[in-house]
Design a protein around this ligand. Structure first.
Ligand SMILES: NC(=O)c1ccc[n+]([C@@H]2O[C@H](COP(=O)([O-])OP(=O)(O)OC[C@H]3O[C@@H](n4cnc5c(N)ncnc54)[C@H](OP(=O)(O)O)[C@@H]3O)[C@@H](O)[C@H]2O)c1
Length: 235
């Protein structure tokens, strides 16, 4: 991964920041993306790598995503890998979910990652190479009680990603989908379900899997990676 230009969306999150540290140690050039500029700067300062750029961006706004990609290319000249690791969870019984909850899930998890894929794939297309890593989660392919709005957004991510994979392979752009079970990150701080975070996967496990996919041989596409914790998570 030395010298590869990697855009991490959700770079300050549990999974994104762990991956950022791993890639910085490998010599990658990092574009760190999230809404909170101070957190991004703090992460960058921690990396001990001079090859990073922080771009505060709200991915629910297409124009901000376009500006982010322009700045990344302006600085590093290209984008080799896009990691979509931004997202949030609303976990409530079906009749407690408000229109605002549905909008939040669809705007961030579904439309936000659609915009980043759409804009960055257009950049990669010019270079006829690239790799998009979408951190979907297991709730993008299996249902769970209390997760109807979240699952709706994540099943949607799987739908558009698989279509994009078909459209993009002719340009040498790979797509990998990651279906992790529960990962112990700040994602769960605002979720009211009673879950045992000690039994979850670690962010290191998630970051290792994403790194593994990035390291695939040029002609090989790891299309999907599934990793589950070995025990039941609910208290
Ligand atoms: N944790 C799990 O159990 C788990 C399991 C499977 C899949 N996933 C998925 O993995 C991804 C990362 O999860 P995580 O556990 O690392 O979550 P996390 O620790 O809560 O981090 C979320 C990240 O998303 C960013 N973000 C939120 N809203 C944003 C917006 N509008 N624009 C740009 N960035 C935004 C946050 O930064 P700012 O707040 O500064 O914007 C933060 O960097 C999510 O898509 C999640 O659904 C999580």
């Amino acid at each position: 991964m030395n010298d590869k230009v990697v855009v991490i969306v959700g770079a300050t999150g549990g999974i994104g920041s762990t991956l950022a540290r791993k890639l910085a140690a490998a010599g990658s050039k990092l574009v760190l993306v999230g809404r909170d500029g101070k957190k991004l700067a703090g992460l960058g300062a921690d990396l001990g790598s001079s090859s990073f750029l922080t771009i505060p961006t709200d991915i629910t706004d297409l124009s901000q995503v376009e500006t982010m990609a322009q700045k990344a290319v302006g600085h590093f000249g290209r984008i080799d890998v896009l990691v979509n690791a931004a997202g949030a969870g609303v976990m409530k019984q079906f009749n407690k979910i408000t229109p605002e909850d549905i909008d939040n899930m669809l705007d961030l998890n579904l439309k936000g990652s659609f915009y980043t894929c759409q804009v960055v794939a257009n950049v990669m297309k010019e270079n006829r190479s690239g790799h998009i890593c979408n951190v979907v989660g297991i709730l993008g392919k299996h249902p769970m009680a209390m997760a109807s709005a979240y699952c709706a957004s994540k099943y949607g991510v799987v739908g558009f990603s698989k279509c994009l994979a078909e459209e993009l392979k002719r340009y040498g752009i790979k797509m990998t989908l990651f279906y992790f079970g529960g990962v112990d990150t700040p994602f769960w701080d605002n979720v009211s379900l009673k879950v045992d975070r000690q039994k979850m996967l670690t962010p290191q496990t998630a970051a290792e899997a994403i790194y593994f996919a990035m390291m695939a041989q040029p002609g090989a596409v790891p299309t999907e990676i599934n990793i589950q914790p070995d025990s039941h998570l609910f208290l």
